[in-house]
Design a binder for this molecule. Structure first.
Ligand code: ADP
Ligand code: 2JD
Length: 278
């Protein structure tokens, strides 16, 4: 049987990391949103486990780990990505989560949504490709992560499906940023403050302001990305950096140049899809 699934992109605006010897409990708190652009995955039983990303055989470590966590049977997996990898869109998490949902159906594993999302989360943590993206992708919308790791403890800022415009300048390795103790200390200090402030005033505009502040206070934003944020602001838009990628997300297209990716905030999470792609 062919199993198909979709996981949305997840852009984190700000976060802080929690280390834990138990990968289920390791994770991050913070706030981010899902986009309609995401990862479509199809899977079916095979003679050997093979992972293809955008039509090419791929290492896709996080996806391979989630398969190993779920089954010892070989499967064929094909993921098609709407967004760049390493750009702060949570591509590795969306790849792993959509794979978990697709493999569950392809092999008739009979796992629940929590079991599948926790497996994808553990795969992210083990590969050090993400901490909180899978949690955000379970719910969709503008998601607040209140407790790190599983069980996911989430809230949501009510927002409509706003258009979001992104410009991607290049990848940032989540693994290398999170392995730098100095950088991690800056992230954790700024991230905790931002979450407190957001809970005092939980609005989309406050999320955008705090995300921008976080990107500057942590020193994570590149000069090019900051110039772009300022250009958007000159047109009265709001913009910040997608954690963790050299990517700017914006409420308006004005001020952005180059290859602008247009999507919308999606209000639902990752899900299996049927034959007619619904
Ligand atoms: N299914 C997958 N598709 C693409 N890349 C993957 C996948 N699984 C793991 N990876 C790895 O994850 C890395 C990107 O992770 P990360 O830096 O967190 O970027 P992102 O912001 O896109 O999640 C890639 O360099 C690749 O090695
Ligand atoms: C910011 C990040 C640690 C990494 O995100 P990405 O690079 O998109 O995988 C995310 O998982 C989070 O915890 O908020």
């Amino acid at each position: 049987m062919i199993g198909k699934a979709f996981a949305p992109s997840h852009i984190t605006g700000f976060f802080y990391a929690h280390d834990d010897p138990d990968p289920l409990k390791m994770g991050s708190c913070g706030c981010g949103f899902t986009l309609e652009a995401g990862v479509h995955t199809a899977s079916w039983p095979s003679n050997a486990t093979e992972v293809y990303v955008d039509g090419m055989p791929s290492e896709a470590s996080t996806t391979r780990t989630v398969i190993e966590l779920l089954t010892d049977k070989p499967v064929h997996v094909e993921s098609d990505m709407d967004m760049p990898v390493g750009g702060g869109f949570g591509a590795s998490g969306a790849g792993a989560f959509s794979t978990a949902l697709a493999v569950n159906r392809a092999l008739g594993l009979g796992k629940t949504y929590n079991e599948l999302s926790y497996a994808a989360h553990v795969a992210e943590v083990k590969n050090r490709t993400g901490l909180g993206d899978v949690a955000g992708m379970t719910l969709g919308g503008l998601v607040i992560r209140l407790v790190p790791g599983a069980p996911f403890t989430l809230d949501r800022i009510p927002v409509e499906a706003k258009d979001i415009y992104c410009v991607h300048f290049g990848p940032i390795s989540t693994k290398s940023v999170l392995s730098d103790p100095r950088e991690k200390a800056l992230i954790n200090e700024a991230g905790k403050k931002c979450l407190k402030e957001l809970l005092r005033q939980p609005t989309f505009e406050q999320f955008m302001r705090l995300s921008r502040k976080f990107s500057v206070d942590t020193g994570l934003i590149s000069p090019k990305a900051l110039d772009t944020v300022e250009a958007v602001e000159a047109f009265d838009g709001m913009a910040s950096m997608a954690m963790l990628g050299d990517t700017v997300f914006s409420t308006i297209p004005e001020g952005l140049s180059g290859n602008v990716i247009k999507s919308r905030i999606s209000l639902c999470g990752a899900r299996p899809i049927g034959a007619n792609n619904e």
